[in-house]
Design a protein around this ligand. Structure first.
Ligand code: PLP
Length: 390
């Protein structure tokens, strides 16, 4: 009798729920029994807990990461005529938000080791119309924020972190801080949390994220009081908390449900454990794949929280490896097969010159990574990659 190996999904959220069933059920029932289903005490408590954890003055809970980007850009006053420099190697929502507020996306190339924005390319892309930088902490690895903040400070630009994939990461760098001429006695950014590294940050709590809800959810974090107030108003049709049904501006409906806040508060309690487990999986992949020259591994930087474990392969080998994994029922994904500046929807915009992003798009392959994955499964996935390469 042949034994059919169990399928390996990218992440198994049903297993996560089963593993933590009592805590999740009691959080959901607490929220439901409160009778406050949208906003309310559960959401207020979640905001306070995140703000304290990240070291920011304000955390504004919203109904998605996409809305967090849009409302943060609107709140920062970015609109028609403004250019926003961003990465071409991200999920579509990053650029969609820029276009949604009427601004113009400008693409700077990425670094091929980190797959994040290359600060030198960003500096070269600044014009007199540039109003903001929108770096993405891709796959859980913080973008080079010390260098980006220095550029922002030199050119008087706003910085919005797209932190959708990196909740929980702490920035580790030895580079000088914003507004610093290099003689500063301490690094203002080192050890600070993602979400506290710019004027504002947008988080997604989509279920697969490092902190994931059981539905859609997002958040803007900032230490700017006026910006936080604008985002709070924007999420509720522009209305002020102290004057119900009086609208002197237009907004959105982007409020967070209490049930999602309750789930997220519970999962905040496991975050460090789950982060360590993700890292353990990443180290396991590294240990097995490091000897294979055709596999380019993601850096094991101390600040990487491994939302994804994304390797690069020679583009000629990629289809063979994908097919072999599929045959063995091992999931894999290409995040992302087409750079943003080559998406048909962006046809009317200047694509810039981003050869590294194009190369990455042709070579990346993300392997399953799940806090509850056991060592034997990590070994099986890595062995399958090596076998497919031959
Ligand atoms: C980099 C990035 N930005 C923004 C988003 C949008 O977040 P949401 O799906 O919560 O709207 C995502 C979600 O996948 C993302 O990965």
């Amino acid at each position: 009798m042949t034994v059919v190996p169990a399928p390996v999904p990218m992440i198994d959220l049903a297993r996560e729920v089963e593993h933590n069933r009592v805590a999740i059920e009691s959080a959901i029932m607490r929220a439901v029994r409160s009778g406050q289903f949208v906003g309310g005490a559960e959401v207020d408590a979640f905001e306070a807990e995140v703000a304290e954890r990240l070291g920011v003055r304000h955390a504004v809970a919203l109904n998605s990461g996409t809305d967090a980007l849009v409302l943060a850009l609107e709140g920062l006053g970015i609109g028609p005529g403004d250019e926003v420099i961003t990465t071409p190697f991200s999920f579509f929502a990053t650029v969609e938000a820029i276009v949604r507020v009427g601004a113009t996306p400008v693409f700077a190339d990425i670094d091929l080791v980190t797959l994040n924005l290359d600060a030198q390319a960003v500096e070269a892309a600044v014009t007199e119309r540039t109003k903001a930088l929108l770096p993405v902490h891709l796959f859980g690895l913080p973008a080079p924020m010390a260098a980006l903040n220095r550029i922002a400070s030199d050119h008087n630009l706003k910085v919005l972190e797209d932190a959708a994939q990196a909740f929980g990461a702490r920035y580790a760098t030895a580079a000088p801080c914003r507004g610093c001429d290099g003689s500063c006695p301490r690094d203002h950014w080192q050890g600070r949390c993602v979400g506290d590294l710019g004027d504002a940050a947008a988080f997604s709590f989509y279920p697969t994220k490092t902190l994931g809800a059981y539905g859609d959810a997002g958040m803007v974090t900032t230490s700017d009081d006026a910006l936080a107030e604008r985002v709070r108003r924007l999420r509720n049709h522009g209305s002020r908390a102290d004057a119900k049904y009086l609208h002197d501006m237009f907004g959105h409906n982007s409020r967070l449900d209490a049930v999602q806040a309750a789930v997220l508060r519970t999962k905040l309690g496991w975050l460090e454990d789950y982060e360590a487990r993700r890292r353990h999986v990443a180290e396991g992949y590294h240990a097995i794949l490091a000897g294979e020259a055709r596999v380019t591994l993601p850096p094991l930087h101390p600040d990487h929280v491994f939302h994804q474990f994304t390797i690069m392969l020679p583009s000629a080998d990629l289809p063979r490896v994908q097919a072999a994994l599929q045959d063995q029922k091992i999931a894999c994904q290409r995040f992302y097969p087409l750079p943003l500046n080559e998406q048909p929807a962006l046809a009317g915009y200047d694509a810039g010159d981003t050869p590294h992003a194009r190369e990455a798009a042709q070579r990346v392959l993300s392997l399953p990574i799940d806090p509850l994955m056991d060592d034997a499964t990590v070994d099986r996935v890595a062995a399958a990659v090596l076998a497919a390469l031959g």
